[in-house]
Design a protein around this ligand. Structure first.
Ligand code: 0A1
Ligand code: ZN
Length: 856
């Protein structure tokens, strides 16, 4: 790769998939010594290279950024490489040689949290995607794999790296990882940590030592994570035949972390919010997320580590598959329908806006400026959806055989999407070239449905169309698996779930010998990530809500009723649809339904989703009106249910000792929704009582949120602060709630005040996200006509970019939907985007994001 231009440049370097060239050298082994010191850590590398005989690119280029080169030698003879801000090149022998270098780095000054950095006095690393080059000179690309031996010299008590421990002494430790790996999976941790230990025996009898390492004081928050880890290890053996492959598996919790967690070989590093859990400090949602992330990182051991990516364009190869696997795990551990519905809500909230706006990119992008900007909902969640479609098309049994072949054929390799699809082609004999468009074409297909019934034959006509996306004006038809069922007038299924395979732009499917015109249930289980467009009546939606045997489509029927009702409230000022209110009340009282499912039915469509629906309908969304409609709806529902709310509240209250299991959590979720309705009527009495008596965070938090939303929670908010001010993770909740529960008029002002709070800091991504993420997620507050939300976010992004480009660039996505809104708001947003763009010294990450959003 050639040198990139400086961060200020508008013409940043772009990297292209088509330019892939293998590295010209084998890396036979890597030996690293770390002499840790906060501002002057020395890293000594000894790396054996062998030139490849047929190298297309014979240049010896090693990545390196922000490194002070102390010395370099080849086969013991000092060399003077050509050093640039991006790396070095050096003349090398034609045969195998030993490269040795010593560099100095500054972990304490590393606020970007990429490479080796310090968090609360502890050293830790984050190398994905391109952080290793900030540690030492190295071919920092995922297709260069090698075995690593690491020696750490430091004052800290606990010294960890990848693989198995070799030796441990006073102030030193040595680790060896026998599995060849790319540098992005390297990790090192040094700190005065304590562990929560356990053991696991794999199905072939390997004894594995397990540890969760935390700061002293957090050791009582590890048991749930450890249990989740053991469940994940067992599940991967049973579901995929995958065993763990080292003698030890370490997890470390870190407070300052840009993402959720990282799957470093044998040494997973976690944002503390994604591993520490206790009933008093964590909500049910936290518990569920922790279980899923522990599983996700563990599953990467096979899908990511043993089989990795050839280059970063293939990121979905490991991420889409691992998200798919962790979703299967959660479905097995909890409720499959509830997991599916929650995932689709999330996909529509995060991936659809991305796919329909200026940041739209294919699941496998073909170009990027900064790879850190591509850890997106499209790569992760749409990547997982594509695998779900593939599995549906080939069937469970073929999926299983294809995966076996994938592991057998590609273990130890750095692979591509072509390799992935080929195992399916070889297993099934199918030609997947058209299916591959899901990886290369960006944008969400819209699927239009027309129906006809004549003389016992029912006809469904589907048309697919995908709007142009940046750089892709033209789209070709994709393969779309459409799972459908047909119901008769009594609600009985006359056609059980059947998968239609759509391959054409327009395609007709016929169903014969039907006694009467059926009611179709289309896209069951959300069998493809598309937008379904179908003219349908509220009566039919209500019918499916009552009778559909597919829980996803049952929920979807209710969801589309809710959307339709909300849209007409906003557009015409009408009252909430009585038929929908009626249906909701029935569901709410139906004790045969899973409480978690009922809680989801009660979850209103997101205000951003309503804004998008209005926009697509040709109406300019007014965020304040959308918020007003949401308020009116909730108030009307509360009033209609007035008589039964206290009883429903009591009936769903979970007493006794707290347990985070799915059944209790589902009940509490429903109880929380009921409490928020009740609080609108009872002056906050029930919520205040719940707040006072709660012995777990789920109930304390839902009581506080209900009270604050009703502007009755001032005392409780102060009490909460006082109780929890020493707990960073709980304080993140407090910060976020202040903004999330504020009225639209006050949200930006409150967020601004919070940025001046003594506990606010730009250095901790969780805290920054708590305030700015909550503001961006407060639809009517962020998009307030004053523009105060936009300018506050811009101001903070400019400040954060100097410290932490990755988190800044991610948060820029708050502006991605700007073209939906009226011209005044568009001008306000554009001015703020330009303000960021011209603020000077902008990072490559943020520069790329802002220019992509601006160029919409
Ligand atoms: N591979 C991780 C995600 C991840 C990516 C980049 C990071 O850098 C800050 C950290 C984590 C996963 O999928 O969990
Ligand atoms: Zn991942």
């Amino acid at each position: 790769m050639t040198a990139a231009t400086g961060p200020d440049s508008t013409a940043q370097q772009t990297f292209y998939l088509k330019d892939y060239t293998p590295f010209g050298f084998e890396v036979d082994s890597v030996d690293l010594t770390f002499r840790l010191a906060p501002n002057a850590t020395r890293v000594i590398s000894r790396i054996h290279f062998t030139p490849k005989a047929d190298a297309a690119d014979p240049q010896f280029f090693l990545h390196g950024e922000k490194l002070k080169l102390i010395s370099a030698s080849i086969d013991g003879v000092a060399v003077t490489p050509d050093v640039t801000p991006e790396g070095l090149v050096c003349t090398t022998p034609d045969t195998a040689f030993l490269w040795e270098a010593e560099v100095e780095i500054d972990p304490a000054g590393n606020t970007a949290l990429e490479g080796l950095y310090m968090s609360n006095g502890m050293y830790c690393t984050q190398c994905e995607a391109e952080g290793f080059r900030k540690i030492t000179y190295y071919p920092d690309r995922p297709d260069v794999m090698s075995t690593f031996t690491v020696r750490i010299e430091a004052d800290e008590e606990v010294l960890l790296s990848n693989g198995n421990p070799v030796s441990q002494g006073a102030g030193t430790a040595e680790w060896h990882d026998p599995w060849p790996k790319p540098a992005y999976l390297f990790a090192l941790v040094a700190g005065d940590l304590v562990n929560h230990p356990d053991t696991f025996t794999t199905k072939s009898g390997r004894a594995v030592e397990l540890n969760i390492w935390v700061r002293p004081g957090d050791e009582d928050k590890c048991a749930f994570g450890m249990d989740a880890l053991k469940k994940s290890m067992t599940w991967d053996e049973q579901a995929y035949g995958r065993e763990y492959d080292l003698d030890i598996f370490n997890i470390v919790a870190v407070d300052d972390f840009n993402m959720g967690a990282m799957e470093n070989k044998g040494l997973n590093i976690f944002n503390s919010s994604c591993v520490l859990a206790s009933p008093e400090t964590s909500t049910d949602a936290n518990f569920e997320r922790i279980e899923a992330i522990i599983a996700h990182e563990y599953f990467h051991n096979w899908t990511g580590n043993r089989i990795t990516c050839r280059d970063w364009f293939q990121l979905c190869l490991k991420e889409g598959l691992t998200v798919f696997r962790d979703a299967q795990f959660t479905s097995d551990m909890r409720s499959a329908p509830v997991k599916r519905i929650s995932d689709v809500i999330d996909l529509r909230a995060r991936q659809f806006p991305e796919d329909q706006g200026p940041l739209s990119h294919p699941v496998r992008p073909e170009e990027f400026q900064e790879i850190n900007n591509f850890y997106t909902a499209t790569i992760y969640e749409k990547g997982a959806e594509v695998i779900g479609m593939l599995k549906r098309l080939v069937g469970d049994e073929a999926y299983s055989r294809a995966l076996d072949l994938y592991f057998e054929r590609h273990d130890g390799q750095a692979c591509t999407i072509e390799d992935w699809l080929k195992v399916f082609e070889d297993t099934t004999g199918r030609d997947l070239s058209q299916f591959k468009r899901w990886y290369s074409q960006a944008g969400t297909p819209r699927l239009k449905v027309d129906e006809a019934y004549d003389d016992g034959t029912y006809t469904l006509t589907f048309e697919q169309d995908t709007a142009p996306t940046p750089g892709q004006p033209q789209k070709d038809p994709r393969v779309i698996p459409i799972a459908i069922g047909l119901l008769n007038d009594n609600g009985d299924e006359v056609l059980p779930t059947t998968v239609l395979e759509m391959t054409e732009a327009k395609q007709v499917f016929e169903f014969k010998d039907l006694a009467s015109k059926p009611v179709p249930s289309i896209l069951r289980e959300f069998s493809a990530p598309v937008v379904l467009e179908r003219e349908t009546s509220n009566a039919e939606r209500a019918f499916l809500l009552a009778h559909d045997s597919d829980p996803f489509n049952q929920w979807e029927a209710g969801n589309s009723l809710a959307r339709a009702s909300r849209l007409s409230m906003v557009k015409t000022g009408s009252a909430p649809d009585p038929a929908y209110l009626d249906a909701l009340q029935k569901l709410l009282r139906d004790d045969t339904l899973d409480p978690a499912f009922r809680a989801l039915m009660l979850q209103p469509p997101s205000q951003s989703d309503i804004a998008q629906a209005l926009f697509e309908d040709g109406t300019v969304p007014d965020p304040q009106k959308i918020d007003d409609a949401a308020e009116t709806f909730a108030m009307t529902l509360a009033q209609q249910l007035a008589d039964s709310l206290p009883r429903l509240y009591a009936a769903t209250t979970v007493d006794g000792p707290y347990s985070p299991d799915a059944t209790s959590a589902g009940k509490r979720a429903l109880n929380g929704r009921i409490l928020s309705l009740l609080t609108r009527l009872d002056g906050g009495d029930a919520a205040a009582r719940q707040f006072a008596s709660a012995d777990n965070m789920t109930q304390q938090y839902s009581a506080l949120a209900s009270l604050m939303k009703a502007e009755k929670g001032e005392t409780q908010s102060i009490a909460f602060f006082e109780q929890w001010q020493a707990d960073r993770l709980v304080m993140d909740k407090w910060f976020a709630l202040q903004v999330a529960c504020a009225s639209p008029d006050r949200a930006a002002g409150i967020a601004a005040d919070l940025t001046r709070h003594p506990l606010f800091t730009l250095k901790n991504p969780n805290r920054f996200r708590a305030v700015m993420g909550a503001l961006a997620g407060h639809h009517a507050g962020f998009h307030h006509a004053s523009g105060a939300g936009y300018s506050l976010l811009a101001e903070n992004l400019i400040a954060l970019d100097k410290l932490n480009p990755q988190t800044t660039a991610r948060m820029c996505t708050a502006f991605q939907t700007w073209k939906r809104y009226d011209s005044d708001r568009q001008s306000l947003i554009k001015a703020q985007l330009q303000r960021i763009a011209t603020s000077g010294g902008l990072s490559r990450d943020t520069n790329e994001m802002v220019s992509r959003i601006l160029n919409a």
